[in-house]
Write a protein that binds this ligand. Structure first.
Ligand SMILES: *Cc1c(COP(=O)(O)O)cnc(C)c1O
Length: 441
């Protein structure tokens, strides 16, 4: 590029801006989840009209190659025909009954058949609810109170876990949140991700009262940070040594990094798994699973109360079944891997060409982009040290050139089965312009 494009903010267009202004009058900040407001990158969010395959379309008619995938669920691509048909068929039979359906058992059977550590599973309505239930279950089952979590890991907006959380909470710089009383987080111990010593210290000090470790097996809410070799294995050993439960929050990694979830990818077996995102195929579904004896601590078999008017919702179950049944044999993940190889090789090549300090990390079908000269990012401090301002400018030039990334340097990126060569070439053409713009502002 002899004349690099200025960030023109051509996209999103006037209709999105009108909707955003109108939304802000009746919705706090105009959005129903904070990161959507573009506070991390500046500008006005695109309002979406529809999406298909690898592409998302805003109300101004702009087409974007999408790497948000609804923040993770859309591994098959948008509007997958089998998923849409399953939901439409079920909707015609009635939306919700407040009584059991066979669909719940079908999805439970699929989850149990795909995830080795899960023999029994309770459906809920979101990843937040799954994490909340997993924590209550671990406390109820062990009769202990304390939980170890990691700075930069996000487990939804559960009060007790909203301490040093990732994702939107990081973007906004909220270390916890007003509205969360100190007493509620008094039993939350915060350790350092990828630092076993910090966990061992917590056990040494409080081992008798630690109910569980809650961990993202790949940290996906501080960009994409894989566990260093031995980290997850070490957590397993510490839990066994002290009689605590190991809870994997696989809301993001579940069925994304491997058909058997991150636990299959890394070969470490948790006691309890929280699921969300892909398990609902784009509908609001979460799930908690584990061995039968642990799961039967939940009501009605056990004393730990948990319930939900819309839990196991027929439309969510239908979408989840139609999604997981396509992922089960591993062919989707196998097809995605070389596409992500091409994308990341192409991004790195173009960054290098323009002399931009840039690093990618990936596990399965999730990846991260870091503006840094470092060769590896494995701790939260490394992520925080990356150039978020460069990310913001990269983000906007990509958006202007038809590529939709998550509007925050702390979010992971997601590729789908629908990202074909055309989508990837378009992404790399946009990236060439975006890196050039960074090199010659
Ligand atoms: C997205 C996410 C959650 C929260 O799920 P919601 O459906 O947004 O409530 C919890 N844990 C992890 C690891 C997540 O990525």
């Amino acid at each position: 590029m002899s004349e690099p494009a200025q960030p023109s903010h051509r996209r999103p267009g006037p209709r999105s801006a009108e909707w955003f202004a109108r939304a802000a009058k009746t919705i706090p900040g105009g959005v129903n989840s904070p990161v959507r407001a573009f506070n991390g990158v500046g500008g006005t969010p695109a309002f979406i009209d529809h999406a298909r395959g690898a592409y998302i379309y805003d109300v101004d008619g702009n087409e974007y190659v999408d790497y948000v995938g609804s923040f993770g669920p859309m591994i098959l691509g948008h509007a997958d025909p089998a998923v849409v048909e399953a939901v439409q068929k079920q909707a015609a039979k009635g939306l919700s009954f407040g009584a059991p359906t066979g669909l719940e058992t079908e999805l439970a059977e699929l989850v149990c058949s795909m995830v080795d550590s899960i023999e029994s599973v309770r459906m809920v309505n979101s990843g937040t609810e799954a994490a909340m239930t997993a924590l209550r279950l671990a406390r109820g089952h062990t009769g202990r109170n304390k939980v170890i979590k990691f700075a930069g890991n996000y487990h939804g907006h559960v009060d007790a876990l909203l301490v040093n959380a990732g994702s939107g909470a990081l973007t906004l710089g909220i270390p916890g949140s007003p509205g969360v009383p100190e007493a509620v987080v008094a039993d939350t111990l915060v350790a350092t991700y990828n630092d076993l010593d910090s966990v061992a210290e917590a056990f040494k000090a409080h081992g008798d009262d630690i109910a569980c470790i809650m961990v993202e097996p790949v940290a996906g809410n501080m960009n994409c940070v894989p566990p260093v070799p031995g980290f997850l294995e070490g957590l397993r050993d510490l839990c066994d040594q002290y009689g605590a439960l190991l809870v994997f929050d696989e809301v993001m990694t579940g069925f994304r990094v491997h058909p058997g979830c991150a636990q299959a990818h890394f070969g470490v077996r948790p006691d309890v798994t929280a699921l969300g995102k892909i398990v609902g195929g784009g509908m609001p579904v979460g799930a908690v699973g584990g061995p039968r004896d642990v799961m039967e601590t939940l009501a009605p078999t056990g004393p730990v109360y948990q319930a939900g008017t819309l839990s196991g919702h027929p439309l969510g179950m239908a979408a989840g079944i139609a999604t997981l049944s396509q992922l089960r044999d591993g062919s989707v993940h196998k097809a995605i891997a070389p596409q992500l190889d091409k994308l990341l090789a192409g991004l790195n090549e173009r960054a290098q060409k323009h002399g931009i300090g840039f690093l990618t990390q990936r596990v399965g079908a999730m990846f991260g982009m870091f503006f840094t000269d470092a060769e590896q990012v494995s701790r939260f401090d490394d992520v925080a040290a990356c150039d978020t301002e460069a990310f913001g400018r990269f983000f906007h030039t990509m958006l202007d050139n038809g590529v939709y990334l998550a509007p925050s340097a702390f979010e992971a990126a997601f590729i789908s089965h629908a990202h074909d060569d055309t989508a990837i070439e378009r992404t790399l053409d946009a990236a060439d312009i975006a890196f050039a713009t960074l090199a010659h502002p």
